[in-house]
Write a protein that binds this ligand. Structure first.
Ligand code: SF4
Length: 71
């Protein structure tokens, strides 16, 4: 059996995972949240070097990737 945890540790871990899950659930999958999306010279996808179609912008594509620290 692995290392156990007491009630306080269980509560701390639950709170930690709830906060993490809330942050992850707040991320929407769309071009605007994709690391490849840039607006410096008009709406452009650097992955495909093109402007994504409107239906793709709303849902992102299979190449969508998110950088939680954007600087
Ligand atoms: S088309 Fe795909 S790779 Fe390009 S910005 Fe949108 S989600 Fe990202």
């Amino acid at each position: 059996m692995g290392a156990g945890m007491n009630k306080t540790e269980l509560q701390i871990r639950r709170d930690l995972f709830r906060r993490e899950l809330k942050a992850l659930e707040s991320i929407t999958v769309e071009c605007f949240t994709c690391q490849h999306y840039a607006t410096a010279h008009g709406p452009t996808c650097s992955m495909f070097n093109a402007t994504p179609p409107a239906d793709v912008v709303k849902t992102g594509c299979d190449e969508w990737i998110h950088d939680p620290i954007p600087f």
